[in-house]
Design a protein around this ligand. Structure first.
Ligand code: GLY
Ligand code: MN
Ligand code: MN
Length: 465
């Protein structure tokens, strides 16, 4: 059997450094014991499970990808990190594959101790006694909450033997959220690669798009590009939305046929080694923007550029959004889709008819990543190493007071930005962005393979959804 060790180069240093940082932070706040489980496995139907995805906090501290595992950190005079994981099991490994087991896991992932998960409840209750604080996450998983309470009650049952349960419970995720917000070099390297893979996938999707094909066929091109580059899965369900579907913000049916003259909006990004990328592109199904499509596209692009210029260390979180809204509102007035002064359109929120979401979010292990957006009631200040998306859009539904040329134009342009010393850097530039580049990519593809998609038209295939 091949082991994961043979398949990948693994650097445990960043994971150990994060555990040490959290231990130091706990010590500074009076010490105690932290406990973080990985995610549960969920049944899909009968004896089949959804693909397992580790918990983001757990993996951030451990790098360990197997199910049924827990990290425990003890902040006292002898600070240490402990992993609980599945035991070696020859029979199960024949069916399901390699398991590290505690000994190999301790060595490879750099823990001070490792034990089997079957020992967790007893050992954890012993470790919990006489600690001032339990650092954990509560309210996310009822089974886990109950397990922690049982451990606390085990300590309480031993008070006559001198055991004292923790007097306080603190949210360990709040500490980790702050750490996760600033990405270290190892994280940025993975995120850059994820961004490049996803950008390439969007380019492939553009090249494969033709009138008559189906949204799911284009989704398949994205998946192909993600997996062949080593990504483990999409970071979130891919949105492949043509025509009016592009105005449904979370459309994931992906079952409709692409029609000549429509736009196609794709919001898709891969997950690589636990990190998300998140890209949206909007482009004409036939490869040529109509005048109205081009007008709206250029407007959203200008809004994105204004938002990007507002991202630099010291700017506050909301400034890119305000900058994008200002450009969009002005453009919607120029296109006669809104009436009134710029200030009135902004202050009265009239632009929200066409732009109803915010301009970005933190990005990292989760597509909507950990980290607060406000501190003490104020938008937080951007710092180098933060990663955020920049994703203005404009969604125009069919309506009597809108010229028909604009009906069903849904445009979003989304890139992933790393805040750097001088401003910010987009890490998703492999996805074509300008009108000229998109049209060139699609023209080249049409010339190279003029017949792609004709089979679906010939076969008269029906929508899948
Ligand atoms: N794909 C999710 C988002 O753009 O926020
Ligand atoms: Mn996003
Ligand atoms: Mn997105």
């Amino acid at each position: 059997m091949k082991t994961p060790a043979e398949n990948s180069a693994f650097d445990l240093a960043p994971f150990r450094a994060r555990r040490e940082r959290l231990l130091a932070r706990m010590a500074a706040l009076g010490g105690g014991i932290a406990v973080l489980p990985t995610a549960p496995e969920y049944a899909r139907n009968r004896d089949t499970h959804y693909p397992f995805r580790f918990d983001s906090y757990f993996h951030y501290l451990s790098g360990f990808g197997e199910p049924e595992a827990v990290v425990v950190l003890v902040a006292d005079d002898n600070p240490r990190s402990i992993l609980f994981c599945r035991a070696k099991d020859d029979e199960r490994e024949i069916w399901d594959g390699y398991r590290f087991g505690p000994d190999a896991a301790r060595e490879r992932f750099g823990f001070d101790e490792a034990w089997t998960i079957g020992d967790f409840d007893g050992r954890f209750a012993d470790l919990l006694a006489n600690r001032p604080t339990l650092w954990c996450g509560l309210g996310y998983d009822a089974d886990w909450d109950a397990r922690l309470m049982r451990a606390l009650n085990t300590v309480r049952a031993n008070t006559r033997a001198g055991a004292v349960p923790p007097h306080s419970i603190r949210d360990v995720r709040a500490e980790l959220d702050e750490m996760r917000l600033i990405k270290d070099e190892s994280e940025l390297a993975v995120m850059r690669r994820a961004g490049a893979i996803s950008g390439d996938a969007h380019r492939r999707a553009m090249a494969a798009t033709r009138p008559g094909r189906f949204e799911y066929e284009i989704e398949a091109e994205l998946l192909h590009a993600f997996r062949r580059a080593g990504s483990q899965s999409p970071a979130y369900p891919s949105i492949v939305a043509s025509g009016a579907n592009a105005c449904v913000l979370h459309y994931i049916g992906n079952g409709c046929r692409l029609a000549d003259g429509e736009l196609l909006l794709i919001d898709a990004g891969c997950e690589l080694d636990g990190y998300a990328s998140d890209i949206t592109r909007s482009f004409p199904v036939n490869g040529r923007f109509s005048a109205a499509q081009r007008d709206v596209y250029q407007l959203v692009l200008a809004a994105q550029s204004a938002a990007k210029d507002a991202i630099f260390p010291g700017a506050n979180w909301n400034e890119p959004h305000d900058a994008a809204v200002r450009v969009l509102a002005g453009g919607l007035i120029d296109l006669k889709l809104l009436a009134g002064s710029l200030d009135a359109v902004i202050e009265q929120g009239l632009y929200r008819r066409f732009y109803m979401h915010r301009t970005g979010h933190w990005l990292g292990r989760d597509v909507h990543d950990a980290g607060e957006y406000k501190r003490d009631g104020e938008w937080r200040t951007l710092e180098p190493g933060m990663v955020l998306t920049v994703e203005p859009g404009c969604y125009i539904r069919a309506a009597e007071d809108v010229p028909e040329a604009f009906w069903n134009i849904g445009v979003r342009i989304e890139d992933d930005a790393v805040v750097s010393a001088g401003g910010c850097e987009f890490i998703t530039d492999t996805a074509p962005r300008s009108v000229e580049e998109i049209e060139a990519v699609m023209r080249d593809a049409q010339e190279r393979d003029p017949h792609i998609g004709e089979a679906a038209v010939r076969e008269g295939r029906n929508a899948a959804a």
